[in-house]
Design a binder for this molecule. Structure first.
Ligand code: FAD
Length: 357
């Protein structure tokens, strides 16, 4: 029997599994392997931790670049590199002419390398969907998992890192863990042309998505917003993103995907303001559910039933996950670890109310 099973093999589950192994715990990672349900696989992967607010969380995530460097020294390239971005839209200094520093994880590269990196670290990988979980009926503590391919597993400790799929597994999660839908265009390269006008990494100076997410619990009807962005993506380009939130009570679970034709039209229309060519540039529209917590503080820590942990709801996951995964792994490995106090001080425990903003 594995010591810890992690459900979800995106950024959160993958980095947590590496940290658990680094603490000597036998770790199994179970992922359904559906490309249309993994936010990490479609992510810009960008971070600008220098711009974080001067809060405890902000100070912590300023350490994200050095954590990525350390992870890459240990595991080889995970697609992280330093770079620059051109800010777009309202609030962009000097009208967007001034590039700003950032770093970025090439999501495609990370996802492609995950299986080899995790296996080399000793994580046991299982490609399957967890259909249900319940406290082990044997009464000896631990959890019983029912898997789609028919097998069942018993594990002493279990981490929900399944992004937008967490609540389907354990409905009694805090209401602040919600789901949005993000849509992007995978644009084709055009031979002989470097890319859409301006090229390079272009990201919004301010993400309107965050303001929409802050209102998630009060939304009476579905709402959407576009944060125009453009970055290199394999041979081509990724342009996005359109975010759609459902009315308050419907936004706790992904539900059905939004109408792709409508979302693509809205996205192309908004992108054309950034670059006229993008409205008609050939490419494929893709969308994926993303978990988030309004206010930007994710949920990291134990749930009431013993042996069940939550690691989800990130906003700015590529800066938050690498600094929070070690704290959660410390706690799982050692119930007396100081990390439990650190996570409580940060206001991230599932039993804590959302702090006043
Ligand atoms: C277009 C776009 C742009 C983004 N840009 C940025 C950015 O620039 N910077 C940033 O920090 N963040 C960005 N994000 C957000 C970021 O990508 C996500 O917050 C983060 O990747 C979430 O990681 P996760 O591991 O929690 O969830 P996911 O990556 O969604 O992984 C969850 C995994 O769990 C699996 N799963 C679900 N249910 C089950 C089950 N029952 N059994 C087994 N497996 C299951 C899924 O298959 C999936 O692989 C962006 C997201 C999108 C979509």
């Amino acid at each position: 029997m594995s010591a810890v099973a992690v459900i979800g093999g995106g950024l959160a589950g993958g980095l947590l599994a590496l940290e658990l192994r680094a603490r000597g715990l036998a770790t199994e990672l179970i992922d359904a392997g559906s490309a249309d349900a993994c936010a990490t696989a479609l992510s810009y992967g960008a971070m600008a931790p220098w711009a974080a607010p001067f809060t405890s969380m902000g100070w912590l995530i300023r350490g994200a670049p050095s954590r990525w460097q350390r992870l890459q020294r240990r595991h080889g390239s995970l697609g992280w590199q330093r770079g620059w971005f051109r800010p777009v839209g309202e609030g962009a200094p000097l009208g967007g002419l001034l590039p700003l520093p950032c770093s970025r994880v090439q999501a495609q590269q990370l996802v492609a390398r995950w299986p080899a990196v995790l296996r080399a670290a000793g994580v046991r990988l299982r490609s399957d969907r967890v259909m249900a979980l319940e406290p082990d009926p044997g009464g000896q503590g631990g959890w019983q998992l029912r898997l789609q391919q028919g097998a069942s597993r018993r594990v002493p400790q279990l981490v929900l890192a399944a992004g937008a799929g967490c609540r389907a597994l354990w409905p009694a999660l805090p209401e602040r863990l919600r789901v949005s839908w993000a849509g992007v265009l995978e644009l084709e390269p055009r031979p002989g042309r470097p890319g859409p006008a301006g090229g390079g990494l272009r990201l919004p100076a301010r993400f309107s998505r965050l303001a929409l997410e802050a209102r998630a619990a009060e939304l009476e009807q579905e709402a959407w917003t576009v944060d125009p962005g453009l970055l290199s993506w394999g041979e081509g380009w990724l342009a996005g993103q359109i975010s759609l939130l459902r009315a308050a009570q419907e936004g706790l679970q992904p539900g059905d995907p939004p109408d792709a034709a409508v979302q693509e039209r809205r996205l192309r229309q908004a992108l054309s303001a950034m670059d006229g060519e993008l409205a008609g540039w050939p490419g494929r529209f893709r969308q994926v559910p993303v978990s988030f917590c309004p206010g930007g503080l994710p949920l990291v820590g134990p749930l009431p039933p013993p042996g069940l942990w939550l690691f989800s709801g990130f906003s700015g996951a590529f800066a938050q996950v690498p600094v929070l995964a070690p704290l959660l792994a410390d706690w799982i490995a050692d119930p007396g670890a100081a990390a439990s106090h650190r996570l409580r001080d940060l206001g991230l425990l599932p039993d804590q109310p959302l702090p006043d903003q």
